[in-house]
Every structure is written in structure tokens, then in C-alpha cells.
Design a protein around this ligand. Structure first.
Ligand SMILES: Nc1ncnc2c1ncn2[C@@H]1O[C@H](COP(=O)(O)OP(=O)(O)OP(=O)(O)O)[C@@H](O)[C@H]1O
Ligand SMILES: [Mg+2]
Length: 258
């Protein structure tokens, strides 16, 4: 394992998250005893039904949700707060875009903080604005965009920052089927071209198999845990018409039918 891979490794040990029940005074566990090791450079998918705690777990890794007990480590360091190394694509784009900045200014925000020169900023933002299909919309404000367009601005911004670890919470959920397919392909391409670690949350089995090197199944909450991990033995780019794809799909589906 190279130094970058070691640095981008994520280890979760006996992680619990609970909220106090307002009435009963007892603890209500959202996730309980989650253990997971994601290697640097891995593409790991978290798959589970709505409300099981996927966003909560991602928030714990990102550092903006505080744990009840256990540990999340990135490399040697324990996660205590959000950090530059871990970029998050939120489920709701609205919570992350600045309404008073244009598309281009939103995309360039992190680059500006890193004091990247204007010409270089433009080169990078041009590249990712084009990649997410928003060329021609650079001067618009978030209120002038559809939900899917806002989500793509968020994606362009996160990718422009070139983070070591990408935490993505159903990032393509608001997109139409065609755009979603394009973004899935581009994400796989970007990931394969770099040594990024990706943790990708979805409730869509097909999307999980299209993208993941491994897929962690989360059990329905409360007290959700990662009940099973599948290795995806398929090469990229993946083909949904492949019988092996179909077989894995059926196998994973059976978890949710039980
Ligand atoms: N701040 C909070 N206080 C109390 N309960 C919370 C809080 N945040 C989330 N929850 C509860 O935690 C559970 C898991 O929520 P979470 O958003 O992590 O699910 P999810 O798997 O991301 O769902 P979805 O697929 O619908 O996005 C839910 O039952 C939710 O009501
Ligand atoms: Mg969620």
C-alpha cells in the first residue's frame, strides 16, 4: 500500500449513534455497532432502504454528525470535525450552494479559498462545468436552476477541489435517467484516474452494482448496521445486460425481500 492509500483509508470501529427519545428518556439508536474498513482508493457503496441511517453514517465519517460511541479514523487520525480531506456531496443541493453566488462562483469557491490564481480557477471550473453539462449556465444563480442542475453545480464544485476522499449522499437522485447514466460513467472515470477513496450512498441496487468495488448492505433501522458486504467481481465499465450483473442484482434484492 502506498502512502496516499494509507492516508485515504477509513476505519470505523464499534460506531454508535443515538438520539435521546424526547418522551421516554431512553436512547434511540439510529446505527449501532457499525464496523467497516475501507481501503485507500476503494469505491465503496452503502446501500440501504430509506431511513435506515445512510446519511447519518456518512455524516459521522464527514465529521458533521457527532458520534455517541466508537471511532471513525481516516488514516491515523480520528475524525472529530469536517476536514478539507473529506468532501461531501449532500443529498439536498440547496443546503450546500451559496444563493448569492453564480454557478461559476459556487464552483470556484474552494479554489478561491486555496488562493488558486484566476486563470487557473477558470480553467478548472470550465472543465467541471462542462463535465456536468452546465456550459452556458455559468452566470446563473441557484434560484434560476432546477433541482438536478443545482445538484450538478454541487458535484462540479466538489470535483474541482480534487479531494482525497469523496463522500457522496445519493448524488444522482435528482437527475433524469440519461444525465444520471452520464454522471455515473464520469464518476467512475475520475475515480479510476485518481487514487481517491469514494463512499457512495444509494438505495438503488443497479446504481450500486454499476459503481461499487464493494457494496455494504445496511439493515433497516432502528439500530441499523452493515449486515453484509458484497464484492463486485465485474470489470469496468459495467454492463447491466451482463448475466453476472443480473445474478448479483437478484442476490442483493433478496436481502430486501426478506
Ligand atoms: N437530528 C436527528 N434527531 C433525531 N433523529 C434523527 C435525526 N437525524 C436523523 N434522525 C433519524 O435517523 C434515522 C436515519 O436517518 P437518515 O437520514 O440517516 O436515513 P437515510 O438512510 O439517509 O434515509 P434516506 O434514504 O431517506 O435519505 C431516521 O429515522 C431519522 O428520523
Ligand atoms: Mg439520506
Amino acid at each position: 500500500m502506498g502512502p496516499a492509500a494509507k492516508r485515504n483509508e477509513i476505519r470505523i470501529e464499534r460506531l454508535d449513534k443515538s438520539y435521546a427519545q424526547p418522551s421516554a428518556g431512553e436512547l434511540h439508536y439510529i446505527i449501532q455497532d457499525v464496523n467497516l474498513a475501507v481501503k485507500g482508493g476503494e469505491f465503496f457503496v452503502l446501500l440501504g432502504p430509506s431511513g435506515c441511517g445512510k446519511s447519518t453514517l456518512l455524516g459521522l465519517i464527514a465529521g458533521f454528525v457527532s458520534k455517541t460511541s466508537g471511532a471513525v479514523r481516516v488514516g491515523e487520525k480520528e475524525v472529530e470535525r469536517p476536514g478539507q480531506d473529506r468532501a461531501v456531496v449532500f443529498q439536498q443541493a440547496d443546503s450546500s450552494l451559496f444563493p448569492w453566488l453564480t454557478v461559476r462562483e459556487n464552483v470556484e469557491f474552494g479554489l478561491r479559498i486555496k488562493r488558486i490564481a484566476a486563470a487557473k480557477r477558470k480553467e478548472i471550473s470550465d472543465q467541471f462545468i462542462e463535465l456536468v453539462g452546465l456550459k452556458g449556465h455559468e452566470g446563473k444563480f441557484p434560484r434560476e436552476l432546477s433541482g438536478g442542475m443545482k445538484q450538478r453545480v454541487q458535484l462540479a464544485r466538489v470535483l474541482s477541489n480534487d479531494p482525497a476522499i469523496l463522500l457522496m449522499d445519493e448524488p444522482f437522485g435528482a437527475l433524469d435517467a440519461m444525465t444520471r447514466r452520464t454522471m455515473q460513467k464520469e464518476l467512475v472515470r475520475i475515480w479510476r484516474d485518481t487514487d481517491k477513496t469514494v463512499i457512495f450512498v444509494t438505495h438503488d441496487i443497479q446504481e450500486a452494482i454499476l459503481l461499487g468495488g464493494r457494496i455494504g448492505i445496511m439493515s433497516p433501522g432502528p439500530s441499523s448496521k452493515i449486515s453484509h458486504i458484497y464484492d463486485v467481481p465485474l470489470s469496468y465499465p459495467r454492463d447491466i445486460a451482463d448475466p453476472a450483473f443480473h445474478a448479483l442484482h437478484a442476490q442483493i434484492q433478496s436481502h430486501f425481500d426478506e
